[in-house]
Design a protein around this ligand. Structure first.
Ligand code: PEP
Ligand code: MG
Length: 588
């Protein structure tokens, strides 16, 4: 059987788009076309009748929207359903309605003309905005405008279609997406729209795979033909070949298997019994892993190891290529956030230097290499900034050892921002900058470092290695690699305390965060965010949901005083027994 790459490269029946909602579907299509709205400027003779028609159209629109709102509330979270409440507010806006009525009286033109003209003014302002989010909101307003006009023209809108189809359309409004979903829609494909479009957000909420932005997809796809939607990568395959169907069927089966364990916990918050919420985020190493992240219920990506791109490609991608990679990831996880870590090269990772260092772990690696290769560093920073338009990216510096490194890196970031501004490239000017604490000097100086940055992520993999002076990959000294060594626990406690004093977000993204035994201790130490491999996430969630933060804190306070690794791990085991918490063994 061909690999995905072969199918992807060779396929002539592939229509590329934007991966808007994850999942794979193989089903028949339904081409959803909407009658174009024609607006007449016609003169009116009876102003009162025209105004009454307007009132009636507003009343009817409100009734329809209420129906949509009810379905939305039933199927989605409150925040997502709020877009329809926002549309409802437009219908109730006294300033807008009175402006329309005044113009009807004065200009004596058909209400549909004035409604179109008035609401379009708002839209224009939004379309001119540099913010992609505002541009998308302009489309939402289009929906309410057309709804009023259609009701003024007394036309009906199609909302019933055959069951179990993939809906293919030029564009879809949020209301279309909601109403059509009642016909057990299997997927959505639209020519227009981005990942922040509400149709995309709603598809994600409803768990319906979607590919948007296919440009002319609706012209290429025939009504009733079988297609494949790959909502993970943003592809549509028309009339798929046998091996494509086989490949995707297999992928579907794997996905179902994976989701079985995750499903029941996916939408539940990782909250302790006494109400403390822990943000469980995902670590992403390989780009393909994002597929699972999105279905795992992770609250964003806490660590994206960009050096893995180099492992995959075998070379440094240029600025545009990197921008594409980061944009795609940030879009896939939107509206959650992604923490992109600068290339952590050297050490035992991607080899950058021509010669072999005597002590690679203690050599030129991470931020040290980046600060010596400014062009390389700037290429990455510019790409990350360019991908930050939707404001859901934060940038993290690896292997920080001194304050000078942080200051230098920040200066370079500022320089990149200035360049982009000059080039009139839009980016998130307030993108958060954080550091990894994985070197003992950084741990000791957590207080001073915290003043310089927005967030801290503790890299326990390296931190334990350096605290214990033990090569993390060397079997001979594996016994000494101790997560629960008092030195490690007290160091973590110190970092958390200092970060909190400075009001900085602090998390752990090393593998210790994925160790289910460590979970109550880390929560008790005050960490409010943990980032781990997505497969571990539901297990972590289950533990957090079955324990009390206060009890965990009492236990952590005791552990800080204990003098040996054994005493600490025994104390945590006792905690699990005392509170009858089921612990699945570490599964990474
Ligand atoms: C760490 O050191 O804990 C970490 C997350 O970074 P990496 O494993 O990539 O070195
Ligand atoms: Mg590390």
């Amino acid at each position: 059987m061909k690999t995905f790459r072969q199918i992807f490269r060779e396929a002539e029946n592939k229509i590329p788009g934007i991966a808007a909602a994850p999942g794979i579907v193989i089903a028949k299509t339904y081409l959803f076309t909407k009658e174009a709205i024609e607006i007449s400027e016609g003169e009116i003779f009876e102003v009162e009748v025209a105004k009454a028609n307007l009132d009636e159209a507003l009343r009817k629109s409100k009734k329809e929207l209420n129906k949509v709102l009810n379905i939305a509330r039933e199927k989605m979270s409150g925040t997502r359903a709020a877009i329809f409440e926002a549309q409802m507010m437009i219908l109730d806006d006294p300033v807008l309605i009175s402006a329309i009525k005044k113009r009807i009286e004065k200009e004596r033109k058909l209400p549909e003309f004035i409604v179109n003209d008035e609401i379009s003014k708002y839209q224009q302002l939004m379309i001119l905005s540099h913010e992609p989010y505002m541009k998308e909101r302009a489309h939402d307003i289009e929906d309410i405008k057309n709804r009023i006009i259609r009701n003024l023209q007394k036309k009906r809108w199609q909302s019933k279609i055959p069951n179990d189809a993939i809906v293919v359309s030029d564009s879809l409004t949020p209301a279309d997406t909601i109403l059509l979903s009642r016909c057990n829609v299997k997927g959505f494909v639209t020519d227009h729209g981005g990942v922040t479009s509400h149709a995309a957000i709603i598809s994600r909420s409803l768990n319906i795979p979607a590919v948007v932005g296919t440009h002319n997809g609706s012209k290429l796809i025939k009504d009733g033909e079988t297609i494949i939607i790959d909502g993970f990568h943003g592809y549509v395959f028309t009339t798929p070949a046998e091996d494509q169907i086989k490949f995707y069927t297999l992928k579907q089966e794997k996905l179902i298997e994976l989701q079985k364990g995750l499903e029941e916990l996916k939408d539940l918050p990782a909250k302790t019994k006494d109400g403390k919420e822990i943000h469980l985020k995902a670590n992403v190493d390989v780009t393909g892993e994002i597929d699972i992240v999105v279905t795992s219920g992770a609250k964003g990506i806490g660590l994206y190891r960009t050096e893995q791109i180099l492992e995959e490609l075998g070379e440094f991608p240029n600025e545009d290529e990197q921008t594409t990679i980061y944009t795609r990831l940030a879009s896939r996880i939107y509206p959650e956030h992604i923490t992109i870590r600068a290339f952590d090269i050297g050490g035992d990772k991607f080899k950058f230097l021509d010669y072999t260092e005597p002590n690679p772990f203690l050599g030129l690696r991470g931020i040290r290499i980046l600060l010596e290769n400014i062009t390389l560093f700037k290429t990455q920073i510019r790409a990350v900034l360019r991908a930050s338009q939707n404001k859901n990216i934060q940038f993290m510096l690896p292997m920080i050892t001194t304050l000078k490194e942080i200051k230098h890196a920040k200066e370079i970031i500022e320089e990149c921002k200035k360049e982009l501004k000059k080039e009139k490239i839009v980016f998130d000017s307030r993108m958060k900058i954080g550091i990894m604490i994985e070197v003992p000097s950084a741990a000791v100086l957590a207080k001073e470092f915290a003043q310089e940055i927005d967030f801290i992520s503790i890299g326990t993999n390296d931190l334990i290695q350096f605290l214990m002076a033990v090569d993390r990959g060397n079997d001979l000294v594996a016994e000494l690699y101790q997560e629960f060594n008092p030195a490690v626990i007290r160091t973590i406690a110190h970092i958390v305390r200092e970060a909190k004093k400075a009001h900085r977000e602090v998390s752990i993204c090393g593998e210790m965060a994925a160790d289910t035994l460590a979970m109550p201790l880390l929560v008790g130490l005050g960490l409010d965010s943990l980032s781990m491999s997505p497969a571990t996430l539901p297990y972590a969630k289950r533990i957090i949901r079955s324990m009390s933060y206060h009890k965990a804190k009492e236990m952590a306070d005791e552990c800080i005083e204990l003098g040996s690794e054994k005493e600490i791990s025994d104390r945590i085991e006792k905690f699990f027994k005392e509170h009858s918490i089921i612990r699945t063994r570490q599964i990474i």
